[in-house]
Design a protein around this ligand. Structure first.
Ligand code: SF4
Ligand code: SF4
Length: 377
């Protein structure tokens, strides 16, 4: 496993982080549970093979992820870094922050959280909740008491807000110590801000290093981009992330042992991308930039659609078609989808609800029309 200095936190972090949002689950009646046996095995394997950063959140895996992680790391809690997150509602005040932290501590069954994040914030949340309700001070107090070791944030907003958040917190006397944001070969919008954060001494982590699963598909993308013999696409995606000298760790939501083994192999590869290869690859990627016009993260915020059009599924087919050049495969996916009764642009009522909810501000209807027509609606 490769390790990096995690910003100025004094921690060494493994190049691969374990995202705990896809633990294996099973159902009993209507309720979902994490399969503890499989999860214990997965976490133990990751730990034994060098992964030392585990990222959970109260809402993951039907609210069972924190407890499952806590259970799985019992024998080596003090050897790893646990990250979890504080969900912010408009009414979250210092007491609320504290209660949420205490609940996470209790679910994980630990005395401290290594990295406690303000969860999924943007400028609006920062101004209207964190600053207004004194949550920076609440975080500083919790840190002083040893309940959290580092103050962090995860981010979903216009990249410029990252600088604002880091600088404003610092002006208020609280140093943000690490940051988790979207970054991958297909979405490099936070790249400049990663550099800024890194220069300010924050530890930096990428979520979605394999583009929400898009880059997990087999393709000759690497050859197309570099002219070199092909490698697996997930490998390309990881190497691209980890080649960025301003990024410390790539977080992957791993769901089975096979995936863990593959990711560990890439993150342990001593011949990881050099900074110059990373630059070269990034430049080559510009050639396929047209894809970014339709960068759907698969977040599903646009769902449900009143006529049940599975928008992320259809946009995923477009990725196969347009980015990977797997045209027949994409058309086959569409045919299967329609065969199973899947709704398409032809059913769209033009209500516009989906576009109001899309964090990527995609012109969903326009793109749906293009994709459905191209793939044979
Ligand atoms: S605009 Fe069309 S696709 Fe979007 S939510 Fe409405 S019906 Fe669904
Ligand atoms: S909300 Fe936007 S980014 Fe998320 S799945 Fe729907 S279309 Fe894709």
């Amino acid at each position: 496993m490769n390790y990096r200095d995690f910003g100025a936190t004094g921690e060494k972090i493994s190049a691969l982080g374990f995202g705990c949002m896809r633990f294996p689950e099973y159902k009993k009646g209507e309720e979902s549970f994490v399969d503890r046996e499989k999860t214990d095995e997965m976490i133990a394997y990751a730990y034994e093979n060098g992964v030392n950063y585990f990222d959970t959140a109260p809402g993951y895996c039907n609210r069972n992820s924190e407890a499952a992680l806590g259970h799985a790391v019992k024998g080596f809690r003090d050897k790893i870094l646990i990250s979890t997150k504080c969900p912010l509602g408009d009414d979250t005040d210092a007491d609320g922050y504290r209660k949420k932290l205490e609940m996470s501590l209790s679910r994980i069954d630990t005395d401290y959280i290594d990295f406690y994040h303000f969860w999924g914030i943007g400028k609006g949340d920062f101004d209207n909740i964190i600053l207004k309700n004194g949550l920076l001070e609440a975080a500083a107090k919790a840190k002083e008491e040893g309940l959290i070791r580092h103050i962090s944030f995860s981010f979903h907003d216009d990249p410029s807000a990252i600088k604002y958040i880091i600088d404003t917190a610092e002006e208020r006397g609280v140093r943000m110590e690490s940051m988790l944001c979207q970054y991958n070969l297909l979405d490099r919008s936070n790249e400049e801000m990663l550099k800024y954060a890194h220069e300010k001494g924050l530890g930096t982590i990428a979520m979605g290093p394999v583009g929400g699963g898009r880059l997990a598909a087999p393709t000759d993308l690497y050859t197309k981009l570099t002219g070199k013999p092909t490698i697996a696409t997930y490998e390309l995606a990881f190497k691209f992330c980890l080649g960025n000298p301003n990024l410390n760790c790539a977080l992957s939501g791993m769901e089975n042992l096979d995936m863990i083994k593959k990711n560990i192999a890439v993150a342990s590869d001593k011949t990881a991308f050099s900074a110059s290869e990373w630059e070269q690859l990034g430049a080559a990627m510009e050639e396929v930039k047209k894809f970014s016009e339709l960068y759907c993260t698969g977040c599903k915020y646009c769902q449900p659609c009143p006529v049940e059009i599975n928008i992320p599924r259809i946009f995923e087919m477009w990725t196969y078609y347009n980015v990977y050049g797997l045209k027949d495969h994409a058309k086959h996916m569409m045919a299967k989808y329609i065969e199973k009764g899947g709704k398409t642009f032809a059913d769209c009522k033009q209500c516009g609800l989906c576009e109001k909810k899309c964090p990527q501000h995609l012109k969903i209807r326009e793109n749906l029309e293009k994709v459905c027509k191209t793939l044979g609606e």
